[in-house]
Design a protein around this ligand. Structure first.
Ligand SMILES: *[C@@H]1O[C@H](CO)[C@@H](O)[C@H](O)[C@H]1NC(C)=O
Ligand SMILES: *[C@@H]1O[C@H](CO)[C@@H](O)[C@H](O)[C@H]1NC(C)=O
Ligand SMILES: *[C@@H]1O[C@H](CO)[C@@H](O)[C@H](O)[C@H]1NC(C)=O
Ligand SMILES: *[C@@H]1O[C@H](CO)[C@@H](O)[C@H](O)[C@H]1NC(C)=O
Ligand SMILES: *[C@@H]1O[C@H](CO)[C@@H](O)[C@H](O)[C@H]1NC(C)=O
Ligand SMILES: *[C@@H]1O[C@H](CO)[C@@H](O)[C@H](O)[C@H]1NC(C)=O
Ligand SMILES: *[C@@H]1O[C@H](CO)[C@@H](O)[C@H](O)[C@H]1NC(C)=O
Ligand SMILES: *[C@@H]1O[C@H](CO)[C@@H](O)[C@H](O)[C@H]1NC(C)=O
Ligand SMILES: *[C@@H]1O[C@H](CO)[C@@H](O)[C@H](O)[C@H]1NC(C)=O
Ligand SMILES: *[C@@H]1O[C@H](CO)[C@@H](O)[C@H](O)[C@H]1NC(C)=O
Ligand SMILES: *[C@@H]1O[C@H](CO)[C@@H](O)[C@H](O)[C@H]1NC(C)=O
Ligand SMILES: *[C@@H]1O[C@H](CO)[C@@H](O)[C@H](O)[C@H]1NC(C)=O
Length: 753
């Protein structure tokens, strides 16, 4: 069972303290914010002060760890340049599992302290963290990766890929009289990352160097991890939150502190340690769900999100950037393309990210119209130099133009060919962006049934506000064109994904699933099928449609229905009633009949698919398999809440409505069975959320099934499970993920109990 002990929240440490850190003396006041999260076999430490932001992760095998996956490892990751160091240790005895490492409190830090030196040689000061590592036995350090977290991830997530261009720069030298120093100059020829290790209160020991491998005895070692690179400017907890929400700083200090660690003036970061950089989808979904508590106006968190997305739009085709390539990895990628340049790169492999931008802009500008002109007149090019001489307004127009172009054909002819598919050269394209995330399907549910219509409504409302879109001769009628088109997308897409089976068929498939599953040995929960179905039929919506040429529905049950509940107030009564009933039933049925488990609602379930390939691939160790993602729980909770609110005559003011039905109460509200199922599902979901509070701020987690235990399901970190067939490495969850902090704003609505 994972326990996250927040041992030191918002702990204020004076880093100018001469007694502790005389060499770090600094005239300005510089207080540090630290956070320790225990997530065995990982221990995570966050450190921020006025000079540096860092996350350190110590991995030490537990007695029950799978030693082919978990070994002693120490990582320091910095948001600046998405940089880091990663060191792998092994016992000199060669007995796998015998070496344990730990970060301990010392006079250098509790446990992390700052490294800060101004130098004559480089403009940015040398910054980082230091502390004391404890080793229970003699150890060696054979592999160190210094530079970009992307290079580190290539190693930890790929099949242990080391890049020779990067590793060639590693220099190992003696340091002080008994220590060692590992350095690497980046490909930019300017920045150097340094890791040092020196015996600490351990005077007879030595760190010896054998062919770039460090060897040393058990005991304490002083480490430093530092680099000289321009730093980002973090937003403080109170800068992130609006006036009404300032109390959260004291009420939920750990969560707000994590949110602050991910929030900078220029962008928000997706998660730590693996994603301490811009991700379009993650930051926009987070901003949507957090909007009720986020600060607004110049320098606010929400403008950091919108501005970061606009700044990185592809000026040619309007695509919104998925991920940026910065720091040493940018130079590395340029070099692979035979270009000598440190310029950042921007990638556009996704098809969903474009749609979030107008949705977020419509919600923000709808409530802060005074910010339209300052934001949209901002000149682009500070980050993405190729956008110089355009404004953010120009880029926002190009994205809207792209969406209108892509959605035009379907308005006139509702065929599979006219639905939105993944880009031809990509195997992923929306949030389930792992190899098996969509079961190789090309036409995803979320983009077609929720994001496209919601974005069209948003473009319609933005186009109605003077000053949002330039080129008035073209955009004059966008308000009406986009609204009309939105309605078609809203009403005519769901039917492509719907599929049915009799309750009897469902029960038979569940028996087959449980008899074949390699990791689930519990009951079929087949009895829940007849209780939670529609007149003898299980109605479900596929995760995707396979392809235009073979338009089979991929029959995996999923939580992406939440996008539609959250983003749209649909008005086709029959369709809405069926959809509400079916998606509530999927939550009410326990796994494997449905999506609910005691450790969370799984994001995908192949149990009813009758398809051996899907069953083999969507496992409890697949990144987007029968696993639990915190933000999907938040999205579903908020989506159900919005639909329930419609029954009280409350329409969320930020969902653009088709004008004709704005005020009517939907028919499902007066269908006792359907309304009852929705309310019951809402409360069941919240009970599950409350039961798993300790996990909620992490990225993703999984479970194992144990016949012997009372509830069968046991929480498991995803990273400790062996990967599914054909996947190179397991996936380690981020201990904190931006969009998993959205429960700061998403709370149970007591009026639906
Ligand atoms: C640290 O800086 C302060 C302010 O400039 C100064 O008064 C103090 O003597 C300095 N301490 C050390 C140890 O250099
Ligand atoms: C290390 O120091 C922190 C901050 O003072 C404290 O909360 C924590 O309990 C200490 N850890 C140990 C193991 O003493
Ligand atoms: C760094 O220096 C090397 C050797 O002089 C040179 O080949 C390379 O182009 C330089 N890289 C950059 C990014 O300037
Ligand atoms: C040093 O390490 C390299 C690369 O791992 C290896 O090829 C070489 O044989 C080693 N040299 C010695 C003396 O062990
Ligand atoms: C921007 O879009 C154009 C047109 O689709 C494409 O050719 C170009 O490669 C894209 N830019 C980047 C950096 O991907
Ligand atoms: C870079 O140059 C090398 C050597 O000329 C060539 O083999 C390679 O194809 C080039 N790569 C790219 C991406 O242009
Ligand atoms: C944008 O800048 C480029 C050079 O940076 C210039 O060639 C081009 O004419 C400019 N375009 C506009 C519309 O100003
Ligand atoms: C959308 O289509 C119009 C008309 O073909 C074209 O002028 C415009 O450039 C397209 N927009 C984008 C972003 O490709
Ligand atoms: C709609 O598309 C289908 C398939 O491409 C085509 O056969 C049909 O003629 C189209 N209908 C209209 C009204 O354009
Ligand atoms: C599924 O069942 C519903 C309710 O009986 C029905 O309206 C719908 O047409 C069926 N869908 C399919 C694809 O058969
Ligand atoms: C089930 O069937 C009854 C009788 O035909 C019908 O009134 C009811 O609407 C159906 N329920 C749902 C949820 O479709
Ligand atoms: C799904 O589409 C792929 C092509 O994208 C095709 O190779 C495969 O046979 C299709 N699968 C099914 C079940 O139709």
């Amino acid at each position: 069972m994972l326990r996250e002990f927040i041992t030191s929240l918002l702990l204020l440490v004076s880093c100018g303290n001469a007694a502790l850190h005389s060499r770090h003396n600094d005239t300005s006041s510089c207080s540090a914010r630290t956070l320790h999260l225990s997530d065995p076999p990982y221990q995570d430490y966050f450190y921020s002060d006025c000079h540096v932001d860092a996350q350190a992760v110590v991995t030490s095998p537990l007695p029950n760890s799978n030693l082919s996956i978990i070994g002693p490892r120490f990582i320091v990751a910095w948001p600046a340049g998405n940089s880091g160091i990663c060191t792998f240790f092994q016992p000199q005895s060669g007995i796998n599992g015998s070496l344990a490492i730990e970060l301990v409190n010392s006079t250098l830090g509790s446990p992390l302290g700052p490294v800060y030196h101004k130098t004559n040689q480089s403009a940015p000061p040398i910054v980082g963290v230091e502390g004391v590592l404890s080793f229970n036995d003699s150890a060696e350090l054979p592999i160190a990766i210094l530079g970009s977290v992307r290079n580190i991830r290539d190693f930890t997530e790929g099949p242990s890929l080391l890049s020779s261009v990067i590793q060639a720069g590693i220099k190992v030298t003696k340091y002080q009289h008994n220590g060692a120093k590992i350095t690497r100059r980046w490909l930019d020829n300017v920045t150097t990352t340094t890791f040092t290790l020196v015996p600490w209160k351990n005077s007879d020991s030595h760190v010896r160097i054998h062919n770039k491998t460090l060897r040393f005895g058990s005991g304490f070692y002083h480490f430093t991890a530092s680099f000289n690179y321009p730093q980002l400017k973090q937003l403080t907890p109170s800068q992130i939150l609006n006036n009404q929400s300032q109390a959260l700083v004291k009420q939920q200090p750990g969560t707000v502190s994590s949110l602050s660690f991910f929030s900078y003036t220029e962008k928000l970061l997706a998660g730590g340690w693996r994603f301490l950089t811009y991700f379009g989808r993650d930051s926009m979904i987070s901003a949507l769900l957090l909007q009720p508590i986020l600060s607004t106006g110049n320098g606010s968190a929400i403008e950091a999100v919108i501005g970061a997305a606009l700044e990185r739009v592809n000026r040619t085709d309007g695509s919104v950037c998925h991920e940026e390539t910065i720091g040493d990895y940018a130079t590395f990628v340029n070099l692979q393309n035979n270009i000598t340049s440190t310029a950042a790169g921007f990638t556009y492999p996704m098809i969903d990210t474009d749609y979030y931008l107008p949705i977020l802009m419509a919600r923000y500008f709808g409530s802060s119209p005074d910010r339209i002109s300052p934001m949209l007149s901002t000149r682009a090019g500070t980050i993405d130099v190729s956008n110089a001489n355009l404004t953010w307004g120009d880029l926002s127009y190009t994205t809207a133009s792209k969406i209108l172009n892509l959605t035009a054909a379907f308005e006139h002819n509702q065929t599979v060919e006219n639905l939105i598919a993944l880009k031809p050269d990509q195997i992923v394209g929306q949030w389930r962006d792992s190899t098996y995330g969509l079961a190789n399907g090309r036409i995803p549910f979320d983009v077609n049934c929720a994001l496209a219509p919601a974005a069209l409504y948003a473009i319609s409302s933005l186009a109605a506000i003077p000053g949002v879109y330039p080129n008035i001769s073209i955009t004059r009628d966008w308000a009406t064109v986009a609204a009309r088109r939105a309605k078609v997308w809203e009403d005519k897409t769901l039917q492509f994904f719907q599929h049915n089976m009799t309750t009897q068929t469902a029960e038979t498939r569940l028996k087959q699933y449980t008899s074949k599953s390699t990791f689930y040995k519990g009951p079929t929960n087949g009895d829940s099928v007849s209780n939670y179905s529609t007149n003898g039929t299980v109605i479900d919506y596929g995760l995707a449609i396979n392809s235009t040429a073979t338009p089979e529905i991929i029959p995996i049950s999923h939580t992406d229905t939440a996008f539609r509940h959250y983003l749209l107030n649909t008005t086709d009564e029959e369709q809405l009633t069926t959809f509400i009933n079916a998606s509530a039933n999927a939550i009410l049925r326990p796994f494997p009949a449905g999506l609910s488990t005691p450790v969370g609602v799984v994001v995908a379930n192949p149990a009813l698919s009758n398809n051996e390939v899907l069953i083999a691939n969507f496992t409890n160790s697949a990144y987007h398999g029968t696993v639990v993602w915190s933000w999907q729980l938040a999205l579903m909770a908020k989506g159900f809440e919005r639909q329930l609110e419609r029954c009280q005559g409350v329409n969320a003011t930020d969902i653009p409505l088709s004008v004709t039905n704005a005020a009517t109460i939907p028919q499902f509200c007066s269908d006792k069975g359907v309304f009852g199922a929705l309310k019951k599902a809402y409360n069941k979901l919240w009970d599950i959320i409350d039961d798993n509070e300790e996990q909620l701020e992490s990225e993703v987690w999984s479970w194992t099934y144990n016949d012997g235990s009372t509830r069968g399901f046991e929480f498991s970190p995803l990273g400790v499970l062996p990967p599914p067939p054909g996947v190179g490495g397991g996936t380690e969850s981020d201990v904190r993920q931006l969009w998993s902090l959205t429960f700061l704003a998403v709370k149970r609505n007591k009026s639906f109990e």
